[in-house]
Design a protein around this ligand. Structure first.
Ligand SMILES: [Zn+2]
Length: 403
């Protein structure tokens, strides 16, 4: 048994409870939480760790949407417009995915862990990131991606996807959870999507998909026009949209799904997505690719992700939350800070069906301690100040083990 004390324990529970001079006792799971003296009285023999002055103990962060295979990108890809970016990804795909191999990806994963992220949902296009994810101390929900709109290619693409999925299943453990990603409605043939989703349904897997990221996607799927029409004319002449947006969403009914971006979704689509699962907001990616702002004031089940380094400069959720804080200018600032912290912990864990994300009895002891540069005058200022100043975690526990 370990007890960690901190100046503040931010539980991230329904009531957004913050315990001053608090402590958490845990083994693999959380066994007690409350004022430090009460917790020490309950477990007098536990190993005692003090997180120190100006410390905040909170659940480990959950980043449900990242792509590790493009981690080599820094300056190569073109930003500002979605289709321009997509073309640059196609031009550099081979060189970028080959440039960040296992040691490089391990470094990327370790960096995320140091920042305080204890669980990720990562979308894998080729399976190149499987080994580093299997061996990471972080918990990984590993989304094997299926993609391809050309009907003639469906069988070959499905076979390739099945191969990667089976391999990931052979590595399944507490910390490595095989899952499925259907790339998007503009890129994935419904036959392929249905077959993959059937597996998810049968095997109880979580699913991730991109939906209505750009205005170009909206126009293409609604009318077969716009920048995507020109794009497909160049790469696959004669292509027509393969999915109707609402019909595509209905394919996911009954499968816990994370819908990423949704910037250009209609109210009906937002409603349906949140009946099925949750929305993942990637503010930096949306800004860099010229896609606009997700109206989070219309989203209830909000999670926050970094997307990959192909459309970001950082995989730290602290950086991502700070970006979101600057992007969403409506409503009280302190409430937005709280909302983003909940999205990055409890809501992310819930969407990925993990037993973490809040400091409650019997939840997994995935915990981090962060040190603020100074004290706060009022406890209610803590969420915003934490979000503004946090960079690295001082302590990180995954399943009760210090990492
Ligand atoms: Zn993505």
């Amino acid at each position: 048994m370990t007890i960690v004390r901190a100046d503040y324990v931010m539980r991230m529970n329904e009531g957004f409870e913050i315990v001053s001079d608090g402590a958490v006792a845990f083994e693999e799971r959380i066994r007690a939480v409350g004022p430090v003296n009460a917790v020490r009285d309950e477990y007098p023999d536990a190993e005692f760790v003090d997180a120190g002055e100006n410390s905040v103990l909170l659940p480990g962060l959950v980043n449900p949407h990242v792509h590790l295979e493009f981690s080599a990108n820094t300056t190569k890809l073109a930003y500002g417009d979605f289709i321009t970016w997509l073309k640059s990804v196609i031009r550099h795909r081979e060189s970028l995915s080959g440039a960040c191999k296992e040691i490089c990806m391990k470094k990327v994963l370790d960096g995320m862990l140091r920042s305080g992220t204890t669980t990720i949902g990562t979308v894998s296009s080729y399976g190149l990131d499987m080994k580093p994810c299997v061996h990471s101390k972080m918990r990984v929900v590993y989304f094997n991606e299926v993609l391809g709109s050309n009907p003639a290619m469906v069988d070959a693409l499905y076979t390739d996807f099945l191969g990667r999925l089976e391999e990931s299943k052979s590595w399944a453990s507490e910390g490595f959870v095989p899952a499925i990603s259907v790339h998007s409605p503009y890129s994935t043939h419904p036959v392929l999507a249905k077959k993959a989703l059937e597996i998810a349904r049968e095997e109880g897997m979580v699913v991730s998909t991109h939906f209505m990221e750009s205005q170009a996607e909206r126009e293409w799927l609604d009318h077969g026009t716009g920048d995507f029409a020109a794009f497909f004319e160049e790469f696959m002449p004669g292509t027509r949209p393969v999915n109707d947006p609402l019909a595509f969403l209905k394919l996911f009914e009954g499968v816990p799904t994370l819908f990423t971006h949704a910037v250009h979704a209609t109210d009906d689509e937002l409603k349906l997505m949140q009946e099925i699962g949750a929305i993942t907001h990637c503010p930096v990616s949306n800004r860099l690719l010229g896609n606009g702002r997700l109206p989070i004031e219309h989203v209830k089940r909000l999670t926050i992700g970094t997307d990959g380094l192909s459309s970001n400069i950082s995989l730290s959720l602290w950086d991502e939350m700070r970006a979101a804080l600057m992007m969403h200018v409506y409503g009280p600032l302190d409430l937005l800070a709280r909302r983003l912290l909940v999205a990055a912990t409890r809501e992310g864990a819930r969407a990925l069906e993990r037993n973490s994300g809040e400091i409650e009895l019997f939840r997994d002891a995935d915990l981090i301690a962060v040190t603020l540069p100074d004290g706060v005058e009022r406890t209610e200022d803590l969420p915003l100040q934490l979000l503004l100043h946090a960079k690295e975690a001082k302590l990180v526990y995954v399943g009760g083990e210090a990492v």
